[in-house]
Ligand binder design. Sequence first.
Ligand code: SAM
Ligand code: SF4
Length: 490
Amino acid sequence: MAKTFDVGIESLRGNGVALPVAHQAAGRQAGAGGLLPLPLRGGRGSEVAVAPTATAGKSFFLETFGCQMNDHDSEKVAGVLQGRGYHAVESPALADLVLYNTCSIREKAAQKVFARLGDWKTLADGKIIGVLGCLAQQEGEEIFERAPWVSLVCGSASYRKLPELIAQLESGGRRVTGLDLDTDETFETEITRRDNLLRAYITIIEGCDYACSYCVVPHTRGPERSRASEAVLAEARRLAGAGYTEIQLLGQTVNSYRDPSPRGWKFVDLLRAVAAVPGIRRVRFTTSHPNDFHREIVEAIDEVSELCDHVHLPVQSGSTRVLREMLRTYTREEYLQKIEWIRAARRPISITSDIIVGFPGETEADFAETLSLLDTAKYDAIFSFKYSPRPNTSAMHLPDAIPEEEKSRRLAVLNERQRAIQIAANEKLVGQSYEVLVDGCHPARTQWGGRTSCNRLINFTSPHVNLLGEYVQVKVTRAGPNSFAGEHVT
Ligand code: SAM
Ligand code: SF4
């Protein structure tokens, strides 16, 4: 692998860059929307090896759907394109190459992408339209049937072939595909464009070797592949050198990491080593699979102040019977044991989770177990979903589908119960002070926003005029179910 370097981080001081307090959850556009696009660093721009090819001067538009892994894949795809001489534009109408990095985890996400593709039916003339990511892998060449104006279909397991595929299109190729799942390589790029000013993502493991019966990921992202620890550490050092202080390690099952190099590190070894990189003040990781979540991870968080006190540990259901049907590989009791380890840590660690309601055959009693698990686990937040049957999953043909209205009812009950838990827990935090990394500001610059180490969002007032990118102490003055108000302790 050639030397990797990063572009996109800009000095936060005195450059007039303002971050929005919140960014859209889906359909984010690289180079537009969401976090503001950043100019290349003066000195670093010259490092970008822009090939003097016929593509110089050509433009691209890239829109991203779905999870943080997709966000980061898009940063790498944008880097590949910039390295070939493309520049990002904010509107697809202005672009020579229009790419959608897609999600197919639930049916709605997939429908949204097809709606976007439909927009090009009569307008695609002269443009290259490409579909990347999970939907590309799931639908494959079907996409050419449904949207004949598409010329590139490439799943994430084949991204290492992207430069080659783009070269084929540039030299007049009409239709190209990258749909190979049979790879032991990870997607490493010479250039990664960084779209987040303050938090840098590093993928440490790609794909998934679990086989949860509802989930398309093993089919769309391929088998599990871990990156060599030295490559991860080298990237972390480079990011620290570029001014980043917060790193988020990514993987569908991030804690299943196994170093393929002779070092043979486990996840916790890598976690400790990344936290020890000089200049790094915060290390996050997501998503952890409960099966691979061991006590040593809690011990590491307890011992190493740079490891953020937050664990995202999706449970999916509180019923052991449903967990078995989901092929989740743990019982309710085994899961709750792990929650106990986390709660017993010396410093308070926030815990968040994913929950699916309305899995086929989920009875009222099963659902009641999920509600009671909320009461026991006392999550700081949850991401809740109605079960969505997906192609190429083993649950697709399970009997006893739950009607849509019943799924909606259960989702509302679940969210209401969780909201009450959050209101009660958050009230208790009023009066406490937290270190916040400031990542947003109100245009009038009297109100700022940022995240604590435990990933709580606090909006606060301050007499200071430029706090973006600073670590400041904030005292909580008011608590809502999902965020807090506070004041800068100066
Ligand atoms: N790898 C993570 C794990 O094992 O928990 C999850 C990754 S998945 C991209 C994110 C979440 O989407 C899952 O935790 C699950 O709650 C939800 N999800 C996945 N497939 C789903 C489906 N078919 N219907 C509804 N929600 C689904
Ligand atoms: Fe999907 Fe299960 Fe793999 Fe998570 S662990 S990505 S839910 S198959």
